[in-house]
Design a protein. Structure first.
Length: 533
């Protein structure tokens, strides 16, 4: 076998059936090997889109998402999306083609220190050094991406190693492909139970890998077992996350915070006394050494215990606890604060973001197995505040925008029986508009709803707040016909300028059986934050 065959068969042994990729010279041996291994290649129009799709696939399946790109410029295009996957704690493996080892230092075509470049945005980044080790390299990458705090891993693949012959018995044993356990000690779990049992107003915070979509059942059992609010946090707006309403007021009242993988960072106001009572005790569970140092730095003496363990294992252990207290009133108060919204979704003559979202919510409620994708930007925040579905993906703590359509395509592939709704602004959609062609080619119908305010509205709102209405520059967009572009790329298009036409347009989009773009002219309003704008 060639090195490429060993690599691909190792992926197949791990259960990989699909790779998101954009082709290039250095990875053609991997493409060839996928034929015999029965692995599907989803060919995207941009390398970042391949990583975004692998990210969404990982979040919805719990399995490692695989992206494959070529060297140098192809790898460079994928790099930014790795940052998003890292912040979202998504188990992704990026395989990048690379210049041959035999030509090191000679000025090879597209020679670039890719492993070093990806290191800051991955859990692990390395360059394969021999064809014989490719199987163990891939196993290590898969295992690392799943273990502890999940996240992306990058492996650079020199072209000559992919072409080299390898003995046929080089495939790794299946146990080496699985996540490594990182459980807490019985004493650590008992200490957390004791702290929760003695608290009057505790809060349990979880990070992105333990959001409602990825860990909903465990979170529900945990909340019942300890009789305390369990609040997943995955937005870059943190305490001003529009889908969390007035949660900041709940945090200010808490006497105990248990962080299960939730970073004590800017999204929590760094845990400062301005956002949480000075007497509030903190317990932090994380598998990330950097988070341990950050928690100590930001919390000081208020950090009463740090547990180096997989938060998912600790959550499962706590969920098996017997009832600790009767905190129904506190749980109800927190739920009410999270549900608070400072706007009305009542239909109005002019299409506001809230009115648009209300129409979409009606379709979500009527859909079979709906999946909601919310991109970033100001309209993305409206979508997060107004819309709900059993499964939801957002742009995550990185704050990056433009992944929505890519997420939607991968979501439909991961769950073919689902109805996928993507909510995105006109700014965000522009990043990967060409992926409508990928969706059409791959036969993945979905509905992309564009809140078109002809503006980069998040930045526009910053300019208004900080500099005033006479200091606006560089944020206007044209109100382009994205619906027509989608049709040209093989999809279905709808253009809506009148609220009375919106329901019918959404109905036609759903019935089209194609990737559909519903381009809606809306009023550009600041996104809500809790009960006050």
């Amino acid at each position: 076998m060639r090195g490429a065959d060993v690599l691909v068969q190792t992926l197949a042994r791990a259960g990989v059936r699909r790779i998101f990729s954009l082709s290039g010279n250095q990875i053609m041996p991997v493409y060839d090997a996928c034929i015999d291994a029965g692995i599907e290649i989803v060919h995207t129009r941009h390398e970042a889109a391949a990583v975004f799709m692998a990210d969404a696939s990982a979040q919805l399946t719990g399995q490692v998402g695989i992206a494959l790109v070529t060297a140098a410029p192809g790898f460079g295009n994928a790099l930014g999306a790795l940052y998003t996957a890292r912040a979202s704690e998504s188990p992704v493996v990026l395989l990048s083609g690379a210049a041959p080892i035999s030509q090191d230092g000679k000025g090879a075509f597209q020679e670039l220190p890719q492993a070093e470049m990806a290191a800051p945005v991955t859990k692990l980044s390395f360059r394969a050094s021999s064809a014989a080790s490719l199987a163990s390299d891939v196993a290590r990458a898969l295992r690392t991406s799943l273990s502890g705090r999940p996240g992306p891993v990058h492996v650079a693949l020199p072209f000559d190693l992919l072409e080299a012959e390898v003995p046929g018995d080089a495939l790794p044993a299946e146990p080496s492909l699985r996540a490594e356990a990182m459980a807490a000690s019985a004493s650590d779990v008992a200490a957390i139970q004791a702290a929760l049992g003695g608290a009057l107003r505790p809060l349990i915070l979880t990070g992105p890998s333990m959001n409602a979509t990825r860990a909903g059942e465990v979170l529900s059992r945990l909340a019942i077992a300890v009789d305390a609010p369990v609040v997943p946090m995955e937005s870059p707006r943190g305490l001003r996350d529009p889908s969390l309403g007035d949660f900041a007021r709940a945090l200010a009242k808490a006497d105990l915070v248990v962080s299960l993988g939730k970073a004590v960072d800017f999204t929590l106001g760094f845990g400062a006394e301005a956002v949480c009572d000075p007497s509030c005790a903190w317990l932090v569970v994380s598998a990330d050494d950097a988070e341990r140092d950050r928690a100590h730095r930001n919390l000081g003496g208020r950090l009463k215990r740090y547990v180096a363990a997989d938060p998912r294992a600790v959550a499962a252990a706590l969920a098996g606890s017997s009832a600790m207290a009767d905190r129904a009133a506190w749980c109800g108060e927190v739920a009410g604060l999270i549900a608070a919204r400072g706007f009305s979704s009542r239909a109005e003559a002019k299409i506001t973001p809230a009115a648009l979202c209300a129409a979409v919510q009606r379709r979500i409620d009527a859909a079979e197995s709906p999946i909601l994708i919310c991109d970033g930007g100001e309209f993305g925040q409206w979508a997060q505040a107004c819309l709900a579905a059993e499964r939801r993906l957002i742009n995550g703590p990185s704050g990056a925008i433009g992944s929505g359509l890519c997420y939607g395509i991968a979501a439909k592939m991961a769950r073919p029986g689902s109805t996928v709704f993507v909510l995105t602004g006109d700014g965000s959609l522009g990043f990967h508009l060409s992926e409508f062609e990928t969706a059409a080619r791959e036969g993945t119908p979905l509905v992309v709803v564009v809140g078109n305010d002809q503006c980069w509205n998040a930045e526009h709102q910053i300019q208004l707040r900080r500099y005033g209405p006479d200091r606006l520059i560089g944020c206007a967009l044209s109100g382009a016909r994205y619906d027509q572009a989608a049709v040209g790329l093989g999809g279905h298009g709808e253009h809506v300028t009148d609220l009375a036409e919106l329901d019918a347009a959404l109905t036609r989009a759903l019935a089209s059986g194609k990737p559909a773009c519903v381009n809606v002219a809306i009023e550009g309003l600041p996104a809500p934050s809790g009960s006050a704008h």
